[in-house]
Design a protein around this ligand. Sequence first.
Ligand code: SF4
Length: 320
Amino acid sequence: MQQALLSVENLTTVFDAPRGALTAVDGVDLAIGRGEVVAVVGESGCGKTVLSLSVLGLVPPPGRVVSGKAVFDGRDILALPERERRAIRGSRASMIFQEPMTSLNPVLTIGDQVAEPVRIHRKASRREAMDAAAAMASRVGLPDVSKRLSAYPHELSGGQRQRVMIAMALILSPELLIADEPTTALDVTVQRQILDLMLGLTRDSGTAIALITHNLGVVAQTADAVAVMYSGRVVEYAGVRAFFDGPAHPYSQGLLASLPRLSDRGRLTPIAGTVPSLSALPTGCHFHPRCPRAFAPCAHEAPPFFTLDNGRRARCWLYG
Ligand code: SF4
């Protein structure tokens, strides 16, 4: 098999709290090949955003990665000095966040912000960087480019700001893009346009994507493979087709059963119970208090990954 572009190995991230460390990401393994789109799905609070920040060495204190690796093109990002990490983050691996207003600088023009990666990483002159920014702004479909480049973030609509984030993230044609709920803050019609835009541009440049989302509809339309997270752990990994044809883990089955379908005439089957708090994680399989198929070993011992057909893997004692 071709070497993965990104290989996350046994990654664990905790947040220090007065009563002890809370484990937000717990021994995650994940691989993404060049040009591949891997969706990381799960409910809010399952650890998917912390995982993506951990991979790029961006977890804010009091969070810290306590073990594991994030091997990018043969080098462990987490073991590199911050200067080298920053060089990778700016040019070869980039990230799009959910809410662009929190990641755009309110006092810099859009043009300066889109041009910045080119000036810093390509050592381009201001004029060259601005030309590149203008070209990228028109590729992401910003209307009236010269006017938008001299505007400030608050002068743009939500959809335009997300296009700016995509322009900034892709202007250097990175090998890896981590997109954390890139369309959640937008209305539904704009969501589709932004996703299509992001996928089109990354397909052109062969960029791999880790797509962090809670939206299984988006996953079905965009991903090659799916990693399902629950309470800090990846509980299932599967090709997208195999996943939607027959998810293996009871939590994945619950997620799919809770999706609205026209044939159900509005009847949904939500997963019983609520996501546990990090300060009170259940013993054994974290899902056992909500699992309709829980049996004797589930509350006592955390299941390892079991390999199923089609390369699928599930952390569930049903397959042990
Ligand atoms: S290990 Fe047990 S509790 Fe956990 S998902 Fe499987 S059957 Fe359910």
